[in-house]
Write a protein that binds this ligand. Structure first.
Ligand code: ADP
Length: 157
């Protein structure tokens, strides 16, 4: 059984994240989306619990995907889940530089832990949670940026 972890802050989950999750779900038997609570950016728009619920609603149609919160080291979470792979989406050379370093750090913590990079789909290459937060602030139509259940919930508020 090949188990993978897709970690991030997901403040909020975007269509770019969901695209990576769907592609990872095709590649692995099981995918855990891990909302990292310890890597809080200074002013998050959503609480970790809200982000978790947004992800759970967005992946409800994917039978082999689960989402959880984690506040420790990612390598410890992977070990606990029996996961041999981290999945990272790459939008740019900047993402690559950062993620290449993180992959080495994670392998330093646990040698069996590989990182698999998936290139962002062209349609979502410019998507980020920062961009989604701006669209929420300025009342833009959200279904173009975030998964449909999240857009519906936010537009109701
Ligand atoms: P962001 O960088 O948007 O704040 P996160 O820190 O939650 O998002 O990122 C989690 C993971 O998702 C990282 O591996 C990041 O490179 C990847 N990612 C973010 N946005 C996209 C996208 N539009 N397409 C592919 N991967 C993405």
């Amino acid at each position: 059984m090949k188990i993978a972890i897709y970690p991030g802050s997901f403040d909020p989950i975007t269509l770019g994240h969901l695209d990576i999750i769907c592609r990872a779900a095709d590649l692995f038997d099981k995918v855990y989306v891990c909302v990292m609570v310890n890597c809080e950016k200074s002013h998050p728009m959503f609480t970790p619990q809200q982000r978790l619920e947004q992800i759970r609603r967005s992946v409800a149609h994917l039978g082999n995907v689960e989402a959880e919160l984690w506040s420790g080291l990612l390598a410890d979470y992977a070990r606990e889940k029996g996961a041999s792979c981290l999945v990272k989406g790459l939008r740019s050379a900047t993402d690559f530089d950062q993620e290449y370093q993180m992959a080495a750090i994670n392998r330093g913590l646990w040698e069996q832990l590989e990182t698999v990079f998936l290139p962002a789909s062209p349609a979502y290459q410019h998507f980020s949670s920062t961009m989604a937060r701006e669209m929420i602030r300025y009342g833009q139509p959200l279904e173009r940026y975030v998964p449909e259940p999240v857009a519906r919930e936010l537009e109701k508020k």
